[in-house]
Design a protein around this ligand. Structure first.
Ligand SMILES: Cc1cc2nc3c(=O)[nH]c(=O)nc-3n(C[C@H](O)[C@H](O)[C@H](O)COP(=O)(O)O)c2cc1C
Length: 141
């Protein structure tokens, strides 16, 4: 059974850019290795992550993430079973506020989550807006 979990959290202290890059790279490498896909966004001290993969693996990973001392105030946004994989193999996206390719990555991510129900997609889009990764309807260029 495939499973998806999403949460937001806050860095425990001011992280310098190299520490953020380290978390993003560590996550990317481990997720590729363990068949986990999704999106990790960092912006202004907050993290937003969506992880998708085999159910036991995802639940276990989330337990590890909860214990990670680099962040706090982890708020679970949703967790649910899904009926087929949302992403292509090794389709992970790791984005920080300075990443230049983020627009393309976000567009691709949005295409991948089309099969999720409307409410869940709405929540993801809301979070992406809060994290400054997606324009709001009222935004002016
Ligand atoms: C915000 C944040 C997101 C993380 N996301 C992942 C992730 O998606 N996959 C992963 O393997 N580790 C992720 N980690 C790292 C894990 O919390 C943990 O360090 C890693 O799984 C190794 O766990 P272990 O040292 O208990 O074996 C994340 C850490 C932080 C702070």
């Amino acid at each position: 059974m495939r499973y998806i979990i999403s949460y937001v959290s806050t860095q425990i202290r001011e992280l310098d850019p190299s520490e953020v890059v380290h978390i993003l790279h560590e996550t990317e490498t481990r997720n590729d290795k363990f068949g986990v896909n999704g999106l990790l966004v960092y912006s202004e001290g907050n993290f937003f992550e969506v992880i998708e993969g085999e159910m036991e693996k995802i639940k276990d990973l989330y337990r590890h993430i909860l214990k990670d001392e680099r962040h706090k105030d982890v708020i679970l946004l949703f967790q649910k079973e899904i009926h087929k994989p949302l992403f292509d193999e090794k389709d992970s996206h790791f984005i920080s506020e300075n990443t230049l390719y983020r627009k393309m990555e976000i567009e691709h991510f949005n295409e991948c989550i089309q099969d999720l129900d409307q409410q869940t997609r709405g929540m993801v889009n809301q979070m992406l807006r809060v994290m400054g990764m997606q324009a709001s309807a009222g935004d002016v260029d």
